[in-house]
Design a protein. Structure first.
Lengths: 299, 119
């Protein structure tokens, strides 16, 4: 399913749980794993001086320094690398999101794996120069699916066998559905198709009767049947469900209650998603809160 | 006598826990993998389960998912005992999660509290 996985890492504890996912998925799929580390951010403009991400010192980057950092990354993942033959370690200098997107294009990655934002570390070098997180920016603009492990809870706990596909019935969701089906088929997974009926307007005073909510649920279930069932040939084990509430909370809850190993979501379909446009807030919230890895797709 | 199912692929851990539980007045049964554990759980109806996470083949969380789908077994309390980092996050509904090497006093206190509440 995945031939080339790009695992973008700070090679720190922040990415340990994502590393477990990346190495295990690569082993399951016999994929080549490209470990990619942005070693530092230029101190200004096109300066040769960069702020090293790990040491937090200003350094001049030359071939020797790059090779030293590569060795550091190799040492950090020494245990996992023992069991994985097909791996590459690459390092780069620059703004992490741009370098990750560039590297993903360069190797024609079919999956990018990201860990939690280093923004949770008050003195993160990545964060000093950029607003917003690398995860958000990569997820918005990547050409391939992006798998994010934001919390230790979302790490690898023994395989992918139970996928939740969350849909808002958009065109982008159709693409995510096709991906979820392909994944479920190739790995023999159970597939849960889920829609959250957004009733958050009630929180700001809009009156929605229970009859309207239940009518909405029935309509959404009918749409799921009409839109997706015909595309699920070969998948015997599937369910369909619609819950009302605040969408991101309902998706996270539904995945937790069904012991999902993976959530697949699409960003809202907008004609021109770039790394600078805002990510769909529900997708972003699911990525941050989910208790399992989340694959987001934007095209 | 209350019965505890020990699920771990490491025979030394299974022996150690069996002895510990038997010395404390419980009956112990063991399983080395998820399929075996499911069968043993159905046959033996344990009052409590200790569960390793990282095992060859299927992992512990997969066992818990199967367990939760069995109407006879779904309320059986589970204690996670694993060397995996972040193991407290693996099974949200576990009674407790202990990291190997674990403190036997702490484990017995959790087991006694779970199986004999209020005593």
């Amino acid at each position: 399913m995945f031939q080339r996985i790009l695992f973008a890492t700070s090679a720190t504890e922040a990415c340990d749980h994502a590393a477990r996912v990346a190495f295990n998925i690569a082993a399951m799929n016999r994929s080549s794993l490209h470990i990619f580390h942005v070693l530092g951010v230029p101190t200004r403009g096109y300066s040769q001086d960069v702020m090293d991400v790990k040491t937090k010192e200003k350094v001049e980057v030359d071939a020797e320094y790059v090779s030293w950092v590569k060795e550091e990354v190799r040492t950090y993942y020494e245990e996992q690398l023992k069991d994985k033959a097909d791996t590459e370690i690459e390092v780069a200098v620059g703004f992490p999101h741009r370098e990750i997107l560039r590297q993903a294009r360069a190797i024609n990655a079919d999956l990018i794996v990201l860990g939690r934002s280093t923004g949770q570390e008050a003195d993160s070098v990545y964060k000093k120069s950029m607003a917003g997180s690398t995860v958000q920016r990569v997820a918005r603009a990547a050409r391939c699916p992006v798998l994010t492990v934001s919390r230790p809870a979302a790490s690898f706990w023994g395989g992918l066998s139970n996928i939740v596909f969350g849909t808002d019935f958009s065109g982008a969701s159709d693409k995510a559905f096709a991906f979820a089906v392909e994944l479920a088929r190739s790995l023999g997974c159970e597939l849960h198709i889920f829609h959250a009926l957004d009733v958050s307007a009630m929180l700001v005073g809009k009156a929605i009767t229970q009859d309207e909510i239940e009518q909405g649920r029935r309509e959404a279930l009918r749409r799921i049947r009409g839109k997706y069932i015909s595309g699920m040939e070969g998948i015997k084990n599937y369910t369909m469900e619609v819950w009302e509430g605040i969408p991101f909370i309902e998706i996270v809850k539904y995945a937790r209650e069904n012991y999902a190993d993976l959530i697949v979501l699409a960003h809202h379909s907008r004609p021109e998603e770039t790394e600078m446009s805002t990510i769909g807030s529900n997708v972003e919230q699911v990525i941050v809160r989910a208790g399992c890895p989340v694959i987001s797709m934007n095209r | 006598m209350k019965k505890i199912l020990i699920i771990d692929d490491d025979p030394e851990i299974r022996d150690y826990l069996s002895t510990l539980f038997e010395d404390n007045g419980y009956q112990a049964v063991t399983a080395a993998d998820v399929p075996g554990a499911l069968q043993t759980a159905k046959d033996e109806r344990p009052d409590l389960i200790t569960l390793d996470l990282d095992m060859p083949g299927e992992w512990g969380p997969r066992f818990y998912r199967h367990l939760s789908q069995d109407k006879e077994l779904k309320n059986t309390p589970v204690i996670v005992i694993s060397g995996l980092s972040g193991n407290k996050y693996a099974i949200a509904k576990a009674v407790a999660s202990l990291t190997k090497p674990f403190d036997r006093e702490e484990l017995m206190s959790i087991v006694n509290e779970t199986l004999n509440p209020g005593k």
